[in-house]
Design a protein around this ligand. Structure first.
Ligand SMILES: [Zn+2]
Ligand SMILES: [Zn+2]
Length: 434
């Protein structure tokens, strides 16, 4: 019986193939950065409306949360797709003005999430399941434009810079028991392979301002305080700390200078930097952050400049749920055959799915079917059937298994799951970063 339901979903997804491909292409052609994804969100709302999928809008500014009701509904599984692009000016589909481009493949996530929703809805299979599904387009996974988001924060429009943190804070996940999403392969896996399981880094966000004193750069540098020199010494001081970071903690510090001075003939009086301090565990993250802050202060002190450091709650390390991973893997193998899955170890990148993984069971598989590494001009979806349709199918079939027969697999997973943090503990942790 379950197999018949899965076949119906497959048929429904493939019957809407053109529409799903068109959605993915349309989103790729109008990329928008996080918390600004208004057009992209509208596209999701329109396609939900067309397929009679109920939804609510404006979750954490742009989120669109659908609701598919099962025949009984004690549990809800969310299927997420991220709305935002990154900045990659040289990407062929980059927005000419903003430089935004879907070089992280989030348009594929939206396509797969929508295809999964269409598959469950148009096949009628959702009516046979003992639980609800929330297909959810979520904002701002990329933790970027820190100064812009800090302004929104000061205006009270948001509190945290990651979309999922904002959604947790505002209660959008309060009725969700577990969640899943796909991401395209980070390394440009062209084959029909899926990386599953594993962990990834968390991080603290950071805004840094070195304040010196302007003076004529050639005529009277002795009257100035060179904030750029303070920043350079600070970065060297961080580099001198690196040998104290343990290999197994995967610490990463990768700052950019967003303001390097005003005019070439004036001693730089203000330098601004953005960075993350990443690590595999919360303890390692906080330890490395303290060392980085010490080094930043050291650079300022050496030159007689001031430094203002704003630590911002970032993302938490990601942990995939083993039992959900098993269910997903069994379906992936059924669709793609043996040897189509690769079990991951640790990844030093970060995702705000990590935050969610601290409060509920989640999976975050990485799907092949793309060329070029993410965040580069070379990235593109080379196998749309894999990236959009097969991804959707793997997720939808996993949902069938989880919600079939009184949702007993879901109940078992939840029974054995101990969240690392409750929502309240999570919010208290986020508030402790400052
Ligand atoms: Zn990315
Ligand atoms: Zn991404």
């Amino acid at each position: 019986m379950k197999e018949i339901l899965k076949q119906k979903i497959h048929n429904a997804i493939y019957a809407h193939k053109d529409e799903i491909f068109a959605l993915a292409n349309s989103i790729a052609s109008e990329p928008e950065l996080g918390f600004k994804e208004f057009k992209t969100a509208q596209k999701v709302a329109d396609i939900f409306a067309k397929h009679n999928i109920d939804y609510t809008a404006n979750h954490a500014i742009t989120g669109i949360k659908g609701k598919l009701k099962g025949k009984s509904s004690n549990r809800t599984i969310a299927v997420l797709g991220e709305l935002d692009a990154i900045v990659c000016h040289d990407h062929p589909l980059a927005d000419m003005t903003t430089g935004a481009a879907h070089a992280c493949g989030h348009n594929a996530q939206i396509a797969a999430m929508v295809a999964c929703a269409i598959g469950l809805k148009e096949s009628g299979v959702i009516n046979e399941l003992d639980g609800d599904v929330a297909p959810f387009a979520v904002p701002a996974e990329e933790y970027v434009e820190l100064e812009y988001r800090n302004r929104l924060r000061k205006q009270g429009k948001l509190k945290y810079f990651g979309g999922k943190a904002e959604l947790i804070r505002t209660g959008a996940f309060d009725d969700v028991d577990m969640a899943m999403m796909m991401h395209v392969s980070m390394s440009g896996e062209t084959k029909r392979l899926i990386d599953i399981g594993g962990t990834s880094n968390g991080f603290v966000g950071k805004l840094v301002k070195f304040i010196g004193k302007e003076a004529h750069a050639a005529g009277a540098p002795h009257e100035g305080i060179n904030a750029l020199n303070a920043a350079l010494i600070a970065l060297t001081a961080v580099n001198a700390q690196r040998e104290t970071f343990k290999d197994e903690d995967y610490v990463r510090f990768h700052p950019i200078i967003t303001k390097g001075g005003d005019l070439v003939n004036v001693v730089p009086a203000e330098i601004r930097m953005e960075s993350y301090v990443r690590a595999k565990t919360v303890i390692a993250m906080l330890d490395a952050n303290e060392k980085v802050n010490r080094a930043l202060k050291g650079g300022a002190m050496a030159i007689g400049a001031e430094v203002e450091i704003t630590d911002l709650p970032g993302f938490l390390p990601l942990v995939n749920n083993d039992k959900m991973t098993d269910v997903f893997e069994a379906n992936a193998i059924k669709i793609l055959g043996e040897n189509s899955t690769v079990h991951l170890g640790h990844n030093s990148g970060s995702t705000d799915m990590g935050d969610l993984s601290h409060i509920m069971p989640i999976i975050h598989p990485w799907m092949g079917g793309v060329t070029g590494t993410v965040h580069t001009r070379d990235f593109k979806v080379s196998d749309p059937e894999m990236a959009y349709l097969i991804s959707a199918e793997c997720m939808a079939m996993t949902i069938v298994d989880l919600l079939y027969d009184d949702a007993n697999q879901t109940e078992q997973i939840l029974e054995n799951y101990r969240p690392t943090m409750t929502k309240e503990q999570y919010l208290a942790f986020m508030e402790s970063i400052k």
